[in-house]
Design a protein around this ligand. Sequence first.
Ligand code: SF4
Length: 342
Amino acid sequence: MTAIDPLLSVRDLRVSFALDEGLVRAVDGTSFDVLSGQVLGVVGESGCGKSVTMRAILQLVERPGRITHGAIRFRRDDGIVDLAQLEPRGAAMREIRGGEIALIPQEPMAAFSPVHTVGEQIIEAILLHSHRWQAGRALSRREARDITVGLFRDVGISMPEQRVDAYSWQLSGGLRQRAMIAMALSCKPRLLIADEPTTAIDVTTQAQVLALLRDLQARYDTAIIFITHDLGVIAQMASYVVVMYLGRVMEEGPVDDIFHAPKHPYTQALLRSIPSLHGKTRVALPVISGALPHPFNRPTGCPFHPRCPDAMDRCSAAVPKPMPVAANQLASCFLHHDEAEP
Ligand code: SF4
């Protein structure tokens, strides 16, 4: 939806898991773009395919899952590469993963090895992608350590010279998440994927981590894909939002437009289910009727039709195509157009 060349362009991505019980289509034709320096929010309930989409971008889909279709075009200095075509363990993908695209996972405890200090692990990552800091020569270990201390300072870790020598299990949840952000920034990525990065920390620390990410994004001009089930977090963090349901994009557009004039019944339901700052207290929030369908029992037609208050006869027979519904907004819904997927 933009004339600017995207940094990342995901087109008709499909990821399936072949299980004994049947085939799970976790991602089923997802498309979206990320621009340089943009914060893109990807929102949806658990099981909507947002995390699997991000793992596909990094070629980290675990067996028996695999990318079965689509393109993931990533713009590098020397041209565009389709990540979906790269060997997951090959040299090119290893160079991109952790170097040009970095992940902040939900649970940093699992991401750090408990037997090495946090600083050692970040220093190793910097040495591995040394050229991103210093063209023409490899960095020394001393220089990599100094960069690590600087990163710790940037992410708001006090006493950084001492804390680089701590093990992950010696740090509080909030400090571990900050150290994880330092690790993600250690290779100066062009794109940061933050997968529900505040899930495992308390509310006060969550607010601090979100503020920190906003500040770092502006300072480093890194694009961020921010994955969350929380529209309140999207409102604080993102400029553009993609709403996913059952592995498909239901609606996308600038955050202000989506919040003020949502067109898709699923987006409208998600927005009704977040608390209003000005609303009465102790009023039960409306929940989206019904539950997510079982993965082996995917609905025909529009995936949202069993739960949609506006469903019509054709909604169970054909899959609506994503089509423009406002100046910068796309929605996959027959309430707004008649176009179906072929
Ligand atoms: Fe509801 Fe039909 Fe629109 Fe799907 S296509 S969201 S079922 S109205």
